[in-house]
Design a binder for this molecule. Structure first.
Ligand code: SF4
Ligand code: SF4
Length: 408
């Protein structure tokens, strides 16, 4: 690697401390088995506790996150077929409640909303008054159906928004959520959480976790807790003790989901590989395909770039200051003193993947990628970051990966 660059990226930034990390570190404890027919009792308990329940639901031909009031609002009996640049909903042959993987949206839309008004300024009686936006005082959210990779994404955005400079919008919302995980019993072809160490099982970072065990004559949820809030919730559910067979069923389910994964990233080597290939001709080739649409950044659960804009009233007596999601694929994103410094798609794609997989380690102490695969599925031209990394490895004489590269 270029020595100067090595000095810059290896400078001893301590990984910022996550002030919410104690919450995430309680070890999971088995709580018991919940029968499928008793799942409505979970909704009842959450409503009694005053939560707004958000979870997966079918809308506009996709499984998205939205407010759900009952089990029937969940995608019961639905699954999806995903590939690079392709997503289709399909009916399942069974009545699995969580028999799908991930849709285009992530939970960040609730904690870091796509548009947020930050303050309003008004002229009144010759004076000028600025009023900050009050914090969200609505009912707290219960996030129902967080996958293991999404719990990892949450711990990453915790670091980004509360580990150094604290973002009050994120922190205020984040401090009030209840995290109900659902472990993955299957993997989409675009998933690669196993190689990133983020799934498919949830090892912690949740309040309550469900594992759906479905076989002929049996439909139950293996319930675990990892916080006091989770234990309180579990105490309101009609749980019965689980046994070694249930535990074995869970382990087999997670093993199968992990074995299904065809994509992977060399998580331990990818940072050095990317920083060693900043001028690789491969980036020109990617730029021929990339539309610079920014879809990959919009669907990514950890991308956090934003911009601000003023929205004045017609009489100019009032102006609102809004924050909205931005993307490093936008030409104006890198504008310095009226000049964009990343004018080509090559430099914008390279910036995105290098930050996500390499320099994020130096900035935040971890990868910025959790292997959810959304950027692969929702790229309109099917660009696949695992394939781009594999292409660099194949071209690198020092590479130790087999020629098959990004797929196991
Ligand atoms: S990689 Fe795909 S999703 Fe991302 S900007 Fe390029 S074309 Fe759009
Ligand atoms: S970079 Fe792609 S695979 Fe990684 S977390 Fe973001 S959307 Fe998921």
């Amino acid at each position: 690697m270029n020595r100067r660059l090595e000095e810059i990226v290896s400078s001893p930034f301590p990984a910022p401390r996550n002030p919410l990390e104690n919450e995430a570190h309680a070890p999971p404890r088995p709580a018991g088995l919940l029968e499928r027919e008793d799942l409505p009792r979970l909704f009842d308990a959450l409503k009694r506790a005053g939560y707004r329940i958000v979870g997966p639901t079918v809308r506009d031909g996709a499984i998205v996150y939205g407010e759900v009031g009952a089990v029937d609002d969940l995608p019961v009996g639905w699954t999806e077929r995903q590939e690079a640049g392709r997503y289709r909903l399909e009916r399942r042959p069974d009545a699995a409640v969580f028999g799908f993987n991930l849709g285009p949206q992530s939970w960040k839309k609730y904690l870091f909303p796509p548009r947020t008004r930050l303050w309003t300024a008004e002229t009144r009686d010759g004076s000028f008054q600025v009023t900050p936006e009050p914090p969200d005082e609505g009912a707290p959210y219960a996030f129902l159906g967080m996958r293991a990779c999404e719990l990892s994404a949450l711990s990453i955005t915790d670091r980004v928004f509360t580990g150094g400079v604290v973002d009050p919008v994120y922190q205020g919302r984040r401090a009030r959520i209840l995290r109900i995980a659902v472990e993955c019993g299957q993997s989409a072809p675009t998933c690669f959480c196993t190689s990133m160490g983020t799934g498919p099982g949830a090892d912690g970072g949740f309040d309550l976790s469900l594992t759906e065990l479905l076989s002929p004559g049996r439909h139950v949820f293996w319930v675990r807790t990892a916080s006091e809030a989770g234990e309180r919730l579990a105490s309101e559910l009609p749980l019965r003790p689980g046994g070694p067979d249930d535990l074995r069923s869970r382990e087999e389910l997670l093993d199968r989901a992990a074995r299904e994964q065809r994509r992977k990233l060399p998580a331990d080597r990818v940072r050095g590989l990317l920083l060693d290939h900043l001028e690789d001709p491969h980036w020109e080739e990617v730029a021929q395909r990339c539309l610079s649409c920014g879809n990959c950044t919009m669907v990514c659960p950890t991308c956090f770039c934003s911009t601000t804009e003023e929205v004045p009233s017609l009489d100019l007596a009032r102006v609102e200051h809004w924050r909205r999601w931005d993307s490093c694929f936008n030409l104006a994103f890198s504008q310095l003193h009226t000049v964009s410094i990343r004018t080509g798609i090559k430099s914008r794609y390279r910036q995105w993947i290098d930050h996500k997989l390499a320099t994020w380690h130096d900035q935040f102490g971890s990868s910025g990628c959790v292997g959810c695969g959304r950027c692969i599925t929702w790229c309109p031209v099917g660009i696949d970051l695992t394939e781009e990394v594999a292409a660099l490895e194949r071209a690198d004489p020092a590479s130790r990966l087999p020629a098959a590269g990004g797929k196991a």
